[in-house]
Design a protein around this ligand. Structure first.
Ligand code: 6GU
Length: 386
């Protein structure tokens, strides 16, 4: 990725040479160029601003220096479009998902605003040279866009493939799952009479995960209620037969759920990950499909299908942010309860290495059947109907 900065305070961007971006440069992932906007002025005072047409307070950044800067950077020439970022308190807010989107770009050019803003024609012109985004750090006013450019850079650069050592640590962080981070502790276990919560010392990974999820939810509800979908607080949900109109949401849920399977089993060779809307519609025709809705959102599903005296159970899924609330167990019990009358055995498949699924199915009375065929990387589990 190549990053260019247009600023009247180049020194303000010195921190770019440090820490995160610095390391990415060393690894060859990143190229940084800071440009003093005043080099594209031609008067004795290197003027970059002027009074606003129509009157009003403050000064507006003149168009000409930016126009020349874009030419000097060859924006809009050659292949590979640049994304031109204008930092401004009236832009779209910087979020983790915006950072992720920007991390896919080949070239970012930051135009740092000062004073009351930049002449609008600069933005209109930039739109003919590349993709334009106006970005704000949040609902407060800074003196200029340089700090915002630094913040955007750091949020984006750490997402570049090959930059962070550990992909899991990226996924688990605040905001990646839509919740704030749970509180964390390290040694010593007692410090100034304050104890680390006992559950974290228990070694029980299931309880630890449940505790962390609960803490993350509580924090998010307290500090950022705007981030919580009503489905997460909803204590009531109901299992209902799926209809064709559920297909798009089912496809989305399927992708969300099977990504965990892919990670656990270290393979993308999972049919559910490669399906289209038509495949989901065909599945709805061929199987008895049920869905769970919580506060209107489709958050879980399960399917059943008779094959002689075998009741085949498939596609048991619960949205990742809804897991640990017993929905999976309820869906499994439900699909068993609606099995065809001739059923003597329930059967299902799961990934060989999907440890969580194995625990859930074992608890529900299913046993591994090494003697029965399954796709490569998968295993069969069965349970007698009682
Ligand atoms: Cl990007 N620029 C300025 N000047 N103030 C801000 C901002 C940006 N984001 C929040 N406040």
């Amino acid at each position: 990725m190549r990053l260019d900065y247009l600023t009247i305070f180049p020194d303000y961007l010195d921190p770019l040479q440090l820490s995160l971006p610095g390391k990415a440069i060393e690894k060859g992932l990143l190229e940084l160029h800071v440009h003093d906007l005043r080099q594209w002025t031609h008067d004795r005072h290197h003027t970059v601003d002027d009074t606003p047409y129509g009157g009003g307070a403050g000064m507006v950044m003149k168009p000409e220096p930016f126009g020349e800067a874009f030419e000097a950077l060859a924006l809009g020439e050659g292949e590979g479009e640049a994304t031109i970022l204008f930092t401004t308190p009236s832009g779209e807010p910087l979020t983790q998902s915006l950072a992720r989107e920007l991390s896919t770009r080949e070239r970012l050019v930051f135009a740092c605003g000062r004073y009351e803003g930049i002449d609008q024609r600069v933005l209109d012109h930039a739109g003919t040279l590349g993709e334009v985004r106006e970005i704000s750090l949040g609902d407060y006013v800074l003196n200029g866009g340089e700090v915002a450019a630094l913040a955007i850079t750091e949020a984006v650069v750490r997402l570049l493939p090959g930059f962070m050592g550990n992909a899991a640590s990226l996924v688990e962080e605040s905001h990646e799952d839509g919740l704030l981070e749970y509180p964390v502790y390290t040694k010593p276990a007692t410090w100034r009479d304050r104890e680390v919560p006992a559950v974290l010392l228990s070694g029980d990974h299931g309880r630890i995960a449940a505790w962390r999820h609960e803490q993350a939810l509580r924090r998010t509800a307290e500090r950022r209620p705007d981030l919580i979908h009503a489905s997460q607080g909803a204590s009531e949900w109901e299992i209902v037969p799926a209809v064709r109109a559920d297909a798009p949401e089912l496809l989305t849920l399927q992708l969300a759920c099977w990504v965990q399977e892919a990670l656990d089993n270290d393979t993308l060779d999972i049919p559910a990950l490669h399906e289209s809307l038509d495949d989901v519609l065909a599945h709805l025709e061929a199987w008895d499909v049920y869905v769970v809705r919580a506060a209107g959102r489709l958050v879980g599903s399960v399917s059943g299908h008779a094959e002689g005296d075998l009741w085949s159970i498939g596609r048991l899924m619960v949205a990742p942010d809804q897991q640990g609330r017993g929905m999976g167990r309820a869906l499994l019990a439900h699909i068993e309860s609606v099995a065809a009358p001739a059923t003597t055995t329930y059967g299902l498949f799961t990934g060989e290495r999907s440890a969580r699924n194995h625990r859930i199915y074992k608890k529900a009375g299913y046993r591994l059947r090494g003697d029965l065929a399954a796709a490569p990387g998968a295993v069969t589990l069965t349970k007698r109907r009682r």
